[in-house]
Write a protein that binds this ligand. Structure first.
Ligand code: PMP
Length: 460
């Protein structure tokens, strides 16, 4: 049965009547009415008024393969017809999850042979938190409980994930963080680097992790967790020196190193995983999004040899979800990962579309008076809206002009996101050079409108 045909206005009214949206001020949304997305193909979306929209965010950093791949819907139908569901709790498994696990062990670097399934990034993070603490218990180190995350890091919306994350506005709701979570400052050179070179600053920022470990006591610290590139925190790309130094510190104090690959994983940086781009080896990494390109909800926690052997020796792990390793989601994820591999999509991001995007992104945005720190890796990129480039001075109410800018893109049928005053993009990995040109052409015109509006409203 297809969705019922209604007018845009009818959809908006029904949506406003019944649907509570995530991360949304419902009252304000309901006054404006939500935009109704009805169709997707490649990098494009269409809304219910027939507007064709460039999706520069791949949905929510997830539709890596692009919209409308019939291979995935066909696999889903076949799997649903054959075995729509069975659980993996009680001494059972099924071919879809076995095949996916086998494939994932091939696309990950050697040493990540074990995987635990979830339905989302948040569940992957919460699973990791429980896994890390259980691992140390099994090792007889029962005091090793604290996880260190970073301010402005994003690790999901569950109670564990949002506690580990460093979004203060999330901590303000629901009495968070839970105990056993600590945070260090993010490796954001533009704001904190002062007179240091980025490489010098990378080492300084990594040492903040060491200081925190020593402050808490290494015998109490279970893990350090970070996104290889902070996504929702504004695409903060750490200097090349940061991750190797963090890795050295974690090894020195016997603290597990965890990469949250929910955004970076499955090709976003031009490598399969972000830690491969930065040259470090996490003990565990969490994924979701690109694993199925968002076609169905599925996440996975990849467990390195050391932790896997500890867990396997440790008896029952009392954790899991009804839909861990869901057959249909597993089959779709497998087909998606095969397409990413067999069509050379990630290689193309590394060698062709990624470098092209970086070059064109810089050319397009560097010329604007209120744009600075134009940056990117693979197909994740950003720039920051600033009051005064010469002083690296940000706007006073961080986030206000970002929203203004984002809304101009949105009105012009281009989706990019504002994370504070960072404007970020993460298009489907199948984007072509011609589509990059089209996207940046629209973006440049929007930026002219934005800078005019800044002046007219006296903000700059
Ligand atoms: N970790 C990271 C790094 C993320 O970016 C996100 C989502 N944007 C999550 C975890 C949470 O994922 P989900 O929304 O699927 O729960």
């Amino acid at each position: 049965m297809q969705n019922q045909q209604r007018t845009t206005e009818q959809w908006r009214q029904l949506d406003a009547s019944h649907h509570l949206h995530p991360f949304t001020d419902t009252q304000s949304l309901n006054q404006q009415g939500a935009r109704v997305m009805t169709r997707g193909e490649g990098i494009y979306l269409w809304d219910s008024d027939g507007n064709k929209i460039i999706d520069g965010m791949a949905g929510l950093w997830c539709v890596n393969i692009g919209y409308g791949r019939k291979e995935l819907s066909e696999v889903a139908k076949r799997q649903m017809d054959e075995l729509a569901f069975y659980n993996t709790f009680f001494k059972t498994t099924h071919p879809a999850v076995v095949e996916l696990s086998h494939l994932l062990a091939q696309v990950t670097p050697a040493g990540y042979e074990h995987v635990f399934y979830t339905n989302s990034g948040s569940e992957s993070v919460d699973t990791m938190i429980r896994m890390v603490r259980h691992y140390w218990d099994v090792q007889g180190k029962k005091d090793k409980k604290t996880l260190i995350g970073r301010w402005n890091g994003y690790h999901g919306s569950t109670i564990g994930g949002s506690s580990l994350g460093g979004m203060k506005y999330m901590h303000e709701q629901g009495d968070l963080p839970i105990p056993g979570m600590a945070h260090v400052e993010q490796p954001w050179w533009y704001k904190y680097g002062k007179d240091l070179s980025p490489d010098e600053f990378g080492v300084v920022a990594a040492r903040w992790v060491e200081e925190k470990i020593l402050e808490i006591g290494p015998e109490k610290v279970a893990a350090f967790v970070g996104e290889p590139i902070q996504g929702a925190g504004g695409v903060i790309i750490p200097p090349a020196t940061y991750w190797p130094e963090v890795e050295r510190i974690c090894r020195k104090y016997d603290v597990l190193l965890v990469a949250d690959e929910v955004i970076c994983g499955f090709g976003r940086t031009g490598e399969w995983f972000g830690f491969e781009h930065f040259g470090f080896r996490p003990d565990i990494f969490t994924t979701a999004k690109g694993l199925s390109s968002g076609y169905l909800p599925i996440g996975a926690v990849f467990v390195g040899e050391r932790v896997a052997q500890g867990l396997i020796a440790g008896g029952d792990f009392n954790h899991g979800f009804t839909y861990s390793g869901h057959p249909v989601a597993s089959a779709v994820a497998r087909a998606n990962v095969e397409l990413l591999r067999d069509e050379g999509i990630i290689d193309r991001v590394k060698h062709e579309t990624g470098p092209y995007m970086q070059q064109r992104w810089r050319e397009t945005f560097s010329q604007f008076e209120h744009v600075d720190d134009v940056r990117g890796v693979g197909l994740i990129q950003a720039f920051t809206l600033v009051k005064d480039k010469s002083k690296r001075e940000l706007f006073p109410d961080f986030g206000d002009v970002g929203l203004m800018c984002r809304d101009i893109f949105f009105r012009n049928n281009l989706i990019m996101r504002a994370c504070g005053d960072h404007i970020v993009a993460s298009p489907p990995l199948v984007i072509t050079k011609a589509e990059i040109d089209e996207m940046l052409g629209v973006a440049a015109r929007c930026m002219e409108t934005f800078e005019r509006k800044l002046k007219d409203s006296g903000l700059a």
